[in-house]
Design a protein around this ligand. Structure first.
Ligand code: FES
Length: 114
């Protein structure tokens, strides 16, 4: 995992949002709700909708297509959905907001001990 800066400190003053961005070559969905930041995989596991076009309700990310809901702390889908999304850890540091992302091609590095 590596820390990737996704916002400067000014973002702490921003209103709540759900948006898509690219960090270290990877698309992610970033959510700010009730002063907390979350980062998730970009697409819904149900049918591939862009989660950044969804919205938050009670710390759950709601998919815009069929309104499946995902817990922003655990990634778990609501009861009956039987699915989940990947949640990436987010940390607020003095100089901005960082997300921990898996190393790209980490499995290849491990395989070949690069
Ligand atoms: S595509 Fe997200 S709920 Fe169906």
């Amino acid at each position: 995992m590596k820390d990737v800066k996704i916002y400067g400190p000014d973002i702490l003053q921003a209103n709540d949002f759900v948006e898509s961005l690219k960090a270290a070559g990877r698309h992610i969905c970033v959510i700010k709700t009730d002063g907390q930041f979350y980062a998730t995989q970009p697409k819904c596991p149900h049918a591939g909708a862009r989660l950044s076009e969804g919205w938050c309700e009670n710390k759950k990310l709601v998919c815009p297509y069929h309104r499946y809901q995902y817990d922003l702390e655990t990634g778990r889908g609501a009861v009956g959905q039987g699915d989940y999304i990947t949640i990436y850890p987010v940390e607020i540091k003095p100089d901005g907001v960082y997300v921990k992302l898996p190393e790209a091609f980490g499995f290849i590095k491990k395989l070949f001990k690069i």
